[in-house]
Design a protein. Structure first.
Length: 251
């Protein structure tokens, strides 16, 4: 997991070219924030870091990172020691290949970050133009915090976007499901349904409907109103596949 990524200064290593950059998260959490309260007095719950051996509350500065190599035995490794494990190459974003974006299944995409520069730089402009002309993305490797990542650098909205990738061993799709026999007519109706629902992807049109309902309900409750159940759209249940496809097309 990438943490504390705001305004992270690093550099892109492109052959013998080094491009100083700044990385910032692309995603801003839009969820409504709730606090945990004591049901009796309605005051916020505090989480205390407590050592059961010393029977004391522990401050953040007194907490270290330990690896349990056997039951109740730990080896401590400090931030400074983690830094010693990094080579100079790993502290940068080292490009190792250029690939077609279509060759990377989106299932590998973890988190995205926008790359910027603090001042005009010819090497940065050249890199952007090279990505545009080649119609490829840069595959790179780096270490962020204490975690090693492969990332891709791609051009989007005239900005370079960096996306961290999951490792192949982290992807678990499970076993392939058995397929059922379908008829040509069923497939034809399904394709017609897809054609009827086809549209341009316009992300600004797709809002978080659930969060909108939550915020509306909170405003109503603040004013003293009761939160009422939201009515669901009634859908006719059709068990026959052909009938369901035909009814969907008519709708």
């Amino acid at each position: 997991m990438v943490k504390n990524m705001a305004n992270l200064k690093t550099s892109i290593s492109f052959g013998l070219v080094n491009i100083p950059i700044v990385i910032n998260p692309v995603i801003k959490n839009n969820d409504t924030a709730f606090n945990q309260l004591h049901k009796k007095c309605k005051h916020r719950i505090k989480y205390l870091k407590y050592c059961p051996v010393c029977k004391v509350q522990v401050k953040q500065k007194d907490i270290v990172r330990g690896y349990e190599y056997q039951k109740d035995d730990y080896v401590i490794i400090t931030d400074e020691e983690f830094e010693r494990l990094k080579t100079e190459d790993e502290k940068t974003i080292e490009i190792i290949a250029f690939v077609k974006l279509s060759e990377i299944d989106p299932i590998y995409f973890e988190k995205s970050y926008v790359i910027s520069i603090e001042k005009k730089m010819k090497a940065y402009t050249l890199f952007k133009e090279a990505l545009k002309k080649s119609k490829k993305v840069a595959l790179a490797k780096t270490i962020i915090g204490t975690k090693f990542y492969y990332v891709i650098l791609r051009l989007g909205e005239e900005r370079i976007i960096m996306t961290t990738l999951y490792f192949d061993e982290e992807i678990h799709l499970g076993n392939l499901e058995e397929t059922s026999k379908i008829t040509e007519k069923e497939l034809d109706l399904a394709l017609k349904l897809i054609d009827g629902l086809s549209a341009e992807f316009e992300p600004q049109k797709y809002i978080d409907e659930y969060q909108t309902k939550v915020k509306k309900a909170l405003n109503e409750k603040i004013k003293g109103a009761e939160i009422k159940p939201v009515k669901s759209k009634k859908k006719k249940k059709i068990t026959n596949l052909m009938e369901a496809l035909e009814a969907s097309l008519k709708a």
